[in-house]
Design a protein around this ligand. Structure first.
Ligand SMILES: C[S@@+](CC[C@H](N)C(=O)[O-])C[C@H]1O[C@@H](n2cnc3c(N)ncnc32)[C@H](O)[C@@H]1O
Length: 275
């Protein structure tokens, strides 16, 4: 069953499970743009890149994803491929995704496309593709720790968007933040709306250099960071995606449905990242 969303009389989405609101009082799109896109230096940071990967904790109503997709669409210097990976334990109903975006003309048509693919979200990984496969959404449905531990790739931007650390400690625990840091490459930027001391300390201990930035009123601050550890992080082999500048050859063995799908997907990926 989908996670119920409580809509206040003012039209703000709230979670009864966490007794918290899904977005800043200043509005979801403003938060997505100021705190998250702005906090990670986007869209400027992705200009001219072959691909860009954003990893988010907390998909919620999908507004951060929709805002990133809209920014990608509007940017003539966009990367060939935008891959947004997000972890969500309690997916909401498609109707709530649509309702959350309906007053945002930039996002509402994209929300329609998202809602059309929003089905069968059982625990596990789900790949949704938009704009001819140039925008990929990997939804990791399940609790944050095991979902992050099940994957390994280099993220270019990290969005930390759980509910408040007091009400939703799993999303901000030192263990979760340590697991998240495994996805950072040198230079990966992170953004979040909380400046909680425990969160800052845990991120700093993982090698993020942090700064407080002006928040979205009524919040005074938000947090930005860059992965720049004073030590050389241990990586035993290249991360998937790191060797993208020099793609290798692939042989797909087996020409059944699965093999054909893999070959088509690899060919599409190769053509996109060389645009
Ligand atoms: C503030 S909302 C995210 C808003 C979202 N980024 C957006 O753009 O609409 C936080 C989300 O984290 C999810 N969440 C909370 N605890 C979680 C956990 N332990 N594992 C995975 N997801 C969790 C909640 O279900 C909720 O959807």
């Amino acid at each position: 069953m989908s996670e119920p969303v409580d809509w206040t009389s003012a039209g703000a989405p709230r979670s009864a499970r966490f007794d918290d609101r899904y977005h800043s009082e200043a509005g979801a799109l403003a938060q997505a743009r100021h705190v998250f896109l702005g906090g990670c230096g986007l869209p400027g940071a992705w200009a001219g890149k072959a691909q860009w990967r954003i990893l988010e904790t907390g998909f919620g109503l999908g507004l951060n994803f929709l805002a990133a997709w809209a920014a990608w669409r509007a940017d003539p210097a966009r990367p060939g491929l935008l891959h947004f990976v997000s972890v969500e334990a309690y997916p909401v109903a498609a109707a709530d995704l649509l309702r959350a975006a309906r007053d945002e003309p930039d996002l509402a048509p994209l929300a329609q496309q998202l809602a059309a693919q929003w089905q069968g979200l059982l625990p596990g990984l789900h790949r949704l593709a938009f704009d001819g496969g140039r925008v990929l959404l990997t939804l990791c449905v399940g609790p944050v720790q095991p979902m992050l531990r099940a994957q390994r790739f280099a993220a270019d931007s990290l969005y930390l968007d759980g509910f408040s650390p007091q009400r939703n400690p799993d999303m901000w625990s030192p263990e979760t933040l340590r697991t998240l840091a495994r996805f950072a490459r040198r230079g990966t930027r992170l953004a979040t709306w909380t400046i909680a001391r425990a969160v800052r300390d845990a991120l700093a201990s993982q090698g993020f250099v942090l700064e407080k930035a002006p928040g979205l009123p009524p919040k005074r601050d938000c947090l930005r960071g860059v992965f720049a550890p004073a030590w050389e992080p241990r990586r035993h082999e290249p991360w998937p995606g790191e060797a993208v500048a020099v793609p290798g050859d692939c042989a797909v063995i087996g020409a059944g449905l699965a093999g054909a799908a893999v070959a088509a997907s690899l060919a599409l990926r190769l053509s996109l990242i060389h645009i």
